[in-house]
Design a protein around this ligand. Structure first.
Ligand code: M6R
Length: 606
């Protein structure tokens, strides 16, 4: 979603803002802009489309000089993507960039119009700029305080006042913002990758705090004006992690990073060969006493939860309910203090997941977050946190984050099954060892990625596609289908293989390729029967299954063979070809793989 950056220091501000905005491109955006304050003048430049358009426009303007400024990448919510709707918004006196949504903007707009203000954009953000202008009488903090008291919703704001050179003001509520500290310079950013080129040290701005970056030094105060001392954090991600490192796209790089991400995530949680997640504060005793487990998340993270459900139920015999966060919030879920709600999120900032967490806490349930971004809202607000250690995931299409989320679910399932006495120590050790062997098998699959390239070449002209599977293979099909549609723009559905006959098979023709995931050997014959059914209706069929299993030509047009481990863990291997098929199909269709249309990396609005 939208990205914010800001800089005060000795460097060429425009260059820093553009560099930093480029690092936030992955969040998804449709326009960009900057405002630079120099010699009592705020110069603004905005452009619809990619950052290159903005750079070109700045160049046409003869460049923008200065050492203090704010920048923004906008993902349209209120008003179409356009130059006018792009941020920064404001006038000669005050200029702002904003992430989030101002919910009462219509009421505020009417009031401001009565006071003689006119509006040129369709955005909620322009209302905040006008409100700041209205309340400003020479004291920026007073204007910010009064504005803050009027606006409702979520916001992270970067603000320039013409009369206060070399100073950026910032405030936030429910939208993340960091303030970074360099050598005689300071930054604001909505996400860590934006500042990694310059510094790794940063502060997390909390809701209701004001940050003042003056002459390269950051200070903080409460809304009442009391100074705040904040803990300085150090990012454990480096620049390299946020660069493509020789790969054509971040997505391909991140697919290749999966073996390392798994090792980094599980190694600290395996003690003497046994799973151990107590580090997060959830003990074996607590784990076995929860009445119900809910998993709540969105998109790919929710798909990881579905794998978690199958594995926990199968091994530990504890029932697990998986909900899409946007549904969970509004279905009035029945929760009690004996229930555990697991929130899964790469970014830790997804609005619906965050609200689901708050609702669960309000209802007394215990909450455990499986989150990748350190210090994110969900990580901070949950009772317990298990961080995944995937490093920054830049591509909008989530791959390595999904992989480590399911790795964490396996650890939870093993530990819970052992705590419940459903598996003995030997079995728990065996499964944990199998889990540790996953990275080396993924390397084998990655070495054979031309198989997936071939399948992609067969799918490139498809308009519709089906993914089918049973059990864990069905759980995985959902993720395969989402991956393909979000980056290739081919319509695809995942279906429980046995359910096809109840309606959907009527869609199957020679124009409907079918990808079947068949790794669960107890369900093998049943799924193969379903593949034969679609084959009989002339569908082109592609099967992902164990390398050693032969599939007759009259069943599959093409087989992708993968190494064999315990069937329970096969999703961790089988997802890799599905990711690669989606990737190569997108490349062949000439799409912007890492920044698919209409999508944002972190969905911070409802
Ligand atoms: O940051 P989160 O894990 O909470 O994000 C949830 C979804 O928006 C995300 O997984 C989305 O579905 C991915 N872009 C899919 O690849």
């Amino acid at each position: 979603m939208c990205g914010i950056v800001g800089y005060v220091g000795a460097r060429d501000c425009t260059q820093v803002l553009l560099d930093s905005l480029a690092k936030l491109e992955y969040r998804g955006y449709d326009s960009a802009g900057i405002a630079v304050l120099d010699n009592d003048v705020i110069t603004t430049c905005k452009a619809q489309g990619r950052l290159a358009n903005l750079e070109e426009r700045i160049r046409q303007q003869g460049g923008i000089k200065g050492h203090c400024g704010i920048g923004h990448t906008r993902w349209a919510t209120h008003g179409e993507p356009s130059d006018i709707n792009s941020h920064p918004h404001g006038n000669a006196v005050v200029s702002i960039v904003h992430n989030g949504i101002i919910e009462n903007y219509k009421t505020l707009k009417e009031r401001l119009e009565k006071k003689g203000y006119t509006f040129i954009s369709q955005t909620d953000t322009e209302i905040v700029a006008k409100l700041l202008d209205y309340y400003y009488n020479g004291d920026p903090i007073e204007a910010i305080r009064k504005t803050e008291a009027r606006i409702e919703g979520s916001y992270a704001l970067g603000i320039l006042f013409r009369d206060f050179p070399n100073t950026i003001y910032s405030i936030r509520k429910d939208s993340p913002l960091i303030v970074a500290k360099g050598d005689g310079e300071a930054f604001i950013a909505s996400d860590v990758p934006a500042i990694l080129k310059y510094t790794k040290e940063y502060y997390l701005l909390e809701s209701g705090e004001i940050a003042i970056l003056h002459e390269g030094v950051a200070s903080f105060m409460t809304l009442d004006g009391d100074p705040i001392e904040k803990e300085l954090l150090v990012a454990n991600w480096d620049m390299e992690a946020a660069e493509k490192g020789g790969y054509e796209h971040f997505m391909l790089k991140e697919i290749h990073e999966q073996p390392t991400a798994i090792k980094t995530t599980i190694a600290p949680r395996i003690v003497d060969g046994m799973p151990d997640i107590e580090e997060c504060g959830v003990t074996l005793q607590m784990l076995k006493n929860f009445n119900n487990i809910f998993v709540v998340a969105c998109g790919t993270a929710m798909h990881a939860g579905i794998v978690g459900k199958y594995v926990i139920e199968k091994l530990a015999r504890v029932s697990v309910t998986v909900d899409v966060a946007s549904e969970f919030r509004y279905r009035n879920p029945i929760l009690s203090p004996d229930d555990l709600v697991i929130l899964v999120s790469q970014s830790g900032e997804t609005a619906d997941t965050k609200e689901a967490l708050r609702l669960s806490k309000d209802r007394g349930a215990k909450t455990l977050a499986i989150v990748n971004v350190k210090g994110s809202s969900i990580a901070r607000e949950a009772d317990y946190v298990l961080y995944t250690h995937a490093g920054p995931e830049i591509s909008v299409a989530s791959t390595k984050a999904y992989m480590v989320q399911i790795a964490v679910f396996y650890l939870i399932a093993f530990e819970l099954a052992y705590a419940k006495g459903q598996i003995d120590e030997d079995e728990c050790r065996r499964l944990t060892k199998e889990l540790s062997s996953v990275p080396k098998f993924i390397d084998v699959i990655l070495a054979q990625k031309d198989n997936c390239q071939y399948v992609a070449s067969k799918l490139v002209n498809a308009e519709n596609l089906l993914y089918i599977g049973r059990g864990l293979d069905y759980a995985l099909s959902m993720e395969g289908s989402l991956k393909l549609k979000e980056i290739s723009y081919i319509h695809s559905e995942s279906y429980a293989a046995g359910e096809l006959k109840h309606g959907t098979i009527s869609l199957v023709t020679d124009q409907m390729p079918v990808i079947a995931v068949v790794t669960q050997r107890d369900l093998f014959d049943k799924t193969i029967s379903n593949v034969k059914e679609v084959k009989a209706r002339k569908a082109q069929t592609f099967i992902v299954t164990h390398q050693y299993i032969n599939i007759d030509d009259d069943v599959a047009d093409y087989k992708i063979g993968i190494p064999t481990i315990d069937d329970m863990l096969m999703p961790m291997l089988a997802v890799v070809p599905l990711q690669l098929i989606a990737y190569y199909t997108s490349v062949l269709r000439g799409n912007d793989v890492d920044k698919p249309r209409n999508l944002a990396k972190s969905v911070t609005v409802e």
